[in-house]
Design a protein around this ligand. Structure first.
Ligand SMILES: Nc1ncnc2c1ncn2[C@@H]1O[C@H](COP(=O)(O)OP(=O)(O)OP(=O)(O)O)[C@@H](O)[C@H]1O
Length: 310
């Protein structure tokens, strides 16, 4: 969302032949809005998320996505860890910001709801299905694109009255995620997960009964990975193929959105882009966080991740 671009220059020594991506290239240069290194979770939040959350409270849809190599810190950035309050990630901080504003803006009436969707091997799952008040869905969840906009039929959406309730939904969903273990990350997310806040607001004591509505998606994408690096086989290889394919569709969609000459944006190629159709690009606030490792051994994947940023 910021306009000043920063340049990242990467140089790989040619004599480290094992680490060279190809025989010709040893230098890369990438432009990004911001390069965040050695920062606290709070600084990270203030840089990438605070503004999008504020805009969502003002009625604009927003999406914040973490993308990158498996084990590079996407879940840490998005959710954080529970061992220390200061390590909490973007989602709990966004929840806090939303409810702080709800309390402060006393001239407005807010309704906040949440849902937590998982996309695993191109199938949709409701991560809040375990809650007692979640109606049992007898049919498969499906992405529907109709007059009401894009929504997932069958996904439970929960009214949330305060920060604590919203955090409980987050933690409930976290325990239901599909987690795998491979050589690069022993707690690897094998799916894309979208935690959504639906915000509705209306000015109190106003003659006009106009509601402002917005959706804020916080997306922890499954890790992009080279199969030989993660040592995947069998079911994990199948998962990795789905993950890589959908990430490639996401990349194509983002590239199409960034190109003003493109008339068609291929949202329907996979569930991930279809679900996000009305919340990325165009008039929505979209932030893509590229998580990379800091060490030289992973330079090949770092270059790959950085080169996918439009
Ligand atoms: N900035 C950081 N500071 C401290 N620990 C971190 C940081 N980033 C990641 N970690 C730790 O590294 C490990 C891997 O991170 P994480 O699970 O977030 O990766 P990921 O990108 O979500 O991986 P995957 O795609 O496999 O799910 C975790 O134990 C996490 O707590």
């Amino acid at each position: 969302m910021s306009c000043v671009l920063q340049t990242i220059n990467i140089h790989v020594k040619r004599d480290l032949s094992r680490l060279v991506v190809n025989n010709q290239q040893t230098d890369w240069s990438f432009k990004v809005d911001e390069f965040i290194h050695h920062s606290s979770q709070e600084d990270m939040y203030n840089s990438v998320a605070k503004n999008v959350v504020q805009q969502a409270l003002n009625g604009y849809n927003g999406t914040i996505m973490c993308y990158g190599q498996t084990g590079a810190g996407k879940t840490y950035t998005m959710t954080g860890t529970t061992e220390n309050f200061q390590y909490r990630g973007i989602i709990p901080r966004a929840i806090q910001q939303v409810f702080k504003e709800v309390e402060e803006r006393i001239d407005y009436m807010f309704i906040v709801r949440v849902s937590y969707l998982e996309i695993y091997n191109e199938n949709l799952f409701d991560l809040l299905f375990t809650l007692p008040d979640t109606p049992a869905s007898d049919s498969q969840l499906a992405v529907v694109d109709d007059a009401q906009g894009v929504h997932v039929k069958g996904l439970s959406i929960h009214l949330t009255n305060n920060e604590e309730e919203a955090l409980n939904f987050l933690f409930e969903g976290e325990t239901n995620r599909v987690i795998g273990c491979h050589t690069l990350n022993k707690n690897s997310s094998r799916s894309h997960c979208i935690f959504t806040l639906y915000i509705e607001s209306r000015k109190r004591n106003s003659s006009d009964d106009k509601y402002l509505t917005s959706k804020l998606n916080m997306v922890d994408l499954a890790g992009s990975e080279r199969l030989h690096k993660t040592g995947s086989e069998g079911q994990m290889m199948r998962e990795a193929l789905y993950i890589n394919k959908s990430l490639s569709f996401l990349e194509q969609t983002i590239l199409a959105l960034a190109d003003p000459r493109r008339e068609h944006v291929p949202f329907r190629q996979c569930k991930l882009t279809h679900v996000l159709k009305d919340s990325i690009g165009m008039n929505n606030n979209t932030v893509l966080v590229a998580n990379v490792y800091g060490n030289a051994e992973q330079i090949e994947e770092t270059v790959r991740t950085a080169s996918r940023i439009p």
